[in-house]
Design a protein around this ligand. Structure first.
Ligand SMILES: NC(=O)c1ccc[n+]([C@@H]2O[C@H](COP(=O)([O-])OP(=O)(O)OC[C@H]3O[C@@H](n4cnc5c(N)ncnc54)[C@H](O)[C@@H]3O)[C@@H](O)[C@H]2O)c1
Ligand SMILES: O=c1ccn([C@@H]2O[C@H](COP(=O)(O)OP(=O)(O)O[C@H]3O[C@H](CO)[C@@H](O)[C@H](O)[C@H]3O)[C@@H](O)[C@H]2O)c(=O)[nH]1
Length: 436
């Protein structure tokens, strides 16, 4: 099938590449000319494990193309995916300007029946707005379908190729048929395509993200309580996660959720609720708790250094909002850097993938190192922010020789308490007793 993908970011590029991999002819359209040039030259603009191999194969075999021209990109396409940004507007609601702009542009250039698919995360009712924007100038039949995306960054290719489910919101049999054919290779493992109306599909995406953000936040609150009552959140997690009604995943306490999705989507769902005169109380609490959770270790750090962080050098391991990505959108690291600099500390940071992006944002405000150990040289303490696997079993002897003090603040609970005790560290973590 010939398909077009408009917007070639994390979602668009993965969508386009994976559909090329299943044999379709795909053209990706992006307004960012530099990005398009880069992709035409065979280079992917994001770090996403496994994506490069598929990208190279499909571009070389002529199934995956890139252009800045919407008209050229959609020529002959039976389906057009919109994978455009929906950032929070000033009031917290999702800003639809990118989507509606492209919808407006599409109307006059559709030349045959086409299915236009909202893959972006969009508020309930957006498919009606997209339909109306296209209809203003369209001369052919078309359908607008809501097909939210559930991939996670870092495992995006795997999530896309083997989805737990595919949600498709449409009431058109013609669109259903096309979508079923397109997704058939991805749902062979028996995972379902779930058809529903457009509004339910749009809300399903927000409900999924808000539920997961709530699950994490609930565990963060349990962790905070654990610290007060002398319990260990990792034991509690195992204790409840084995109950199949609760499930093992997304129960890891830490210094809050970040990324380009949970923070903005929880906020947007709260906004949709408010617009409909419904006070979604849990969501307000989730946002509040997550806000303070992100810098939860800073007061411990300040207290450890007797209220005076001025001139202290803090080594930071991890900057990305989670491992296996270079994405720093809403990364807890950024909030911790700001808080530390505000208190007069200096920061020397290492991240395997995300340093370039932080450097672009912060310039020389902090220093970046070539490896995790260099960050520790003469540092007063180590703060762990992202759970990259290489931080899990470090060379503690080497660390001892570099750090000024044997003290670790661990926002991701990477180490066992007894191990830290044996190694003679002062060790602060989340939802567990401090080791002195
Ligand atoms: N990142 C994720 O993990 C993820 C997962 C599921 C859903 N989503 C949702 O998918 C949507 C896209 O997210 P993303 O992370 O891929 O965004 P992104 O910012 O990485 O990419 C968006 C791309 O769209 C391009 N663009 C902007 N305006 C354009 C236009 N008029 N024409 C063509 N291209 C244009 C930008 O240049 C950019 O390359 C959002 O609604 C997001 O909430 C994201
Ligand atoms: O037990 C956990 C799991 C995650 N997190 C944090 O939660 C955030 C989000 O993690 P994750 O969900 O793995 O990453 P995303 O790539 O943001 O993916 C989420 O957001 C996407 C965009 O909407 C959805 O498509 C995915 O289904 C949804 O998981 C990160 O800061 C994690 O550190 C925790 O603190 N504890």
């Amino acid at each position: 099938m010939k398909i077009a993908v408009v917007g070639t970011g994390y979602v668009g590029l993965v969508t386009g590449t994976c559909f090329a991999e299943t044999g379709n002819q795909v053209t990706c359209v992006d307004i960012n000319a530099e990005k398009v040039q880069q992709m035409q030259a065979g280079k992917i603009p994001i770090y996403e494990p496994g994506l490069d191999d598929l990208f190279q194969r499909n571009t070389q075999e002529g199934r995956l193309h890139f252009t800045t021209s919407l008209k050229e990109g959609i020529e002959g396409a039976k389906v057009i995916f919109l994978a455009l940004p929906t950032p929070p507007g000033a009031d917290g609601s999702a800003d639809l300007k990118y989507i509606l702009q492209v919808a407006n542009d599409l109307g006059p250039i559709l030349s045959d029946y086409t299915v236009i698919i909202d893959k972006s995360t969009v508020p309930v009712g957006t498919s009606d707005k997209v339909r109306a924007a296209i209809a203003k100038n369209a001369t052919v039949d078309f359908d607008v379908v809501s097909n939210p995306e559930f991939l996670r960054e870092g495992v995006a290719v795997e999530d896309f190729m083997k989805p737990d489910r595919v949600v498709i919101g449409t009431q058109s049999d013609r669109a259903k048929d096309l979508m079923s054919r397109l997704y058939a290779p991805l749902v062979r493992q028996g995972n379902p395509i779930i058809f529903m109306d457009e509004r339910s599909a749009e809300l399903t995406k927000y409900a999924a993200n808000a539920f997961l953000a709530t699950k994490i936040t609930f565990m963060n609150e349990i962790a905070n309580l654990c610290e007060l009552v002398g319990a260990n959140v990792d034991e509690v997690r195992k204790g409840i996660g084995t109950d199949s009604r609760i499930g093992k995943r997304f129960l890891f306490a830490g210094i809050g959720y970040g990324g380009s999705c949970f923070p903005k989507d929880v906020q947007a769902l709260a906004k949709t609720s408010a617009e409909n005169d419904y006070e979604f109380k849990i969501l307000d609490s989730v946002m509040q708790v997550n806000e303070s959770q992100k810098t939860k270790l800073i007061p411990h750090l300040a207290k450890h250094f007797k209220g005076d962080l001025a001139g202290k050098k803090i080594a930071m391991w991890g900057l990305a909002f989670k491992p296996y990505t270079d994405d720093i959108r809403e990364a807890p690291a950024l909030y911790n850097i700001d808080a530390l600099l505000e208190l007069g500390a200096t920061v020397s940071a290492y991240d395997p993938e995300a340093m370039g992006h932080v450097k672009q944002l912060m310039g020389d405000k902090i220093t970046f190192t070539k490896n995790p150990y260099e960050a520790l040289e003469n540092a007063d303490a180590l703060l762990i922010v992202t759970e990259w696997p290489q931080f899990r079993t470090p060379d503690f002897e080497r660390m001892d020789s570099l750090l000024k003090n044997k003290v670790i603040f661990d926002g991701r609970n990477l180490y066992e308490l007894n191990q830290m005790q044996e190694l003679g560290y002062t060790y602060y973590s989340i939802g567990r007793q401090t080791i002195h």
